[in-house]
Design a protein around this ligand. Structure first.
Ligand code: NAP
Length: 233
């Protein structure tokens, strides 16, 4: 069914974010494909023109000025964001022991994976609440599950746990407003981050994210999903 909704994806220039843009465009969402480098956003958006309506825009999720500029740019064009996919993330500490973890790496991981997602959501949630419609997907990871947490990439894993806590907070704060907020785990996916040996394709990795981005009015909020099923926190 054709959609008149607009979706904004962070880190949309490559990997899972790019595929989410492609799938949403194919479902007739107008897609704002954002990347921290404007030329990469424009090149990626241009490569999707045959899939649908995709606009490239600059957004570094760690930069408050960049977020404000994008909000102003969209307002000038009278574009309302109905769907936000907080996909951008960094993984700096694979193979690092928690005892040796550089606090600077912990800090920069949280800046992107947690504070960035919170700041971008804060920019768009008030409009969603006012219009009584919103879908927010925080792209998380099984690495952030407390239930099974081990020693893998401590900064990255803790950042995804914190992102999941943000999902719970925002879902509770927006309950009953028409805004649905969920975390998605894409699984282990063949991207620059996941590596060539990962078992899942980007199409498979994007599936649950796109499902949550396009939920109907009775869809869940405040959940954590993988392969479209609820998983433990
Ligand atoms: P990726 O290939 O490394 O791509 C990461 C994307 O995030 C890139 O577009 C990158 O932009 C962007 N990014 C990083 N810092 C940013 C910032 N400050 N502002 C804006 N964009 C920024 O990663 P991926 O595998 O597609 O992962 C996408 C999401 O899935 C992430 O949240 C990741 O944690 C999650 N995930 C992935 C896997 C996996 O196996 N791949 C598993 C579980 C969860 P640049 O090109 O400018 O660097």
């Amino acid at each position: 069914m054709a959609s008149s909704r607009t979706a904004l994806v962070t880190g949309g220039n490559r990997g899972i974010g790019f595929e989410v843009c492609r799938q949403l465009a194919a479902r007739e969402y107008r897609v704002i494909l954002t990347a921290r480098d404007l030329s990469k956003a424009e090149t990626a958006a241009h490569s999707l023109v045959s899939s649908g309506s995709v606009l490239g825009a600059q957004l570094d999720v760690t930069d408050a000025v960049s977020i404000r500029s994008l909000v102003a740019h969209l307002a000038r064009q009278r574009i309302d964001v109905d769907v936000l996919v907080n996909n951008a993330a960094i993984l700096l500490d694979e193979g690092t022991d928690i005892v040796d973890l550089e606090i600077a790496d912990l800090r920069s991981t949280f800046e992107t994976n947690v504070f960035g997602a919170v700041a971008v959501a804060q920019a768009f949630v008030p409009g969603m609440v006012a219009r009584r419609y919103g879908r927010i997907v925080n792209v998380s990871s099984e690495a952030g599950q407390l239930a099974s947490m081990g020693t893998y990439a401590p900064a990255y894993s803790m950042s995804k746990t914190a992102l999941n806590a943000f999902t719970r907070q925002l879902a509770a704060a927006t309950r009953g407003t028409g805004v649905l907020v969920n975390s998605a785990c894409p699984g282990w996916v063949r991207t620059d981050m996941g590596g060539a040996g990962a078992p899942r394709s980007v199409q498979e990795g994007a599936d649950t994210i796109v499902w949550l981005a396009t939920l109907g009015v009775k869809g869940p909020t405040g959940g954590f999903f993988s392969t479209r099923k609820s998983i433990a926190w």
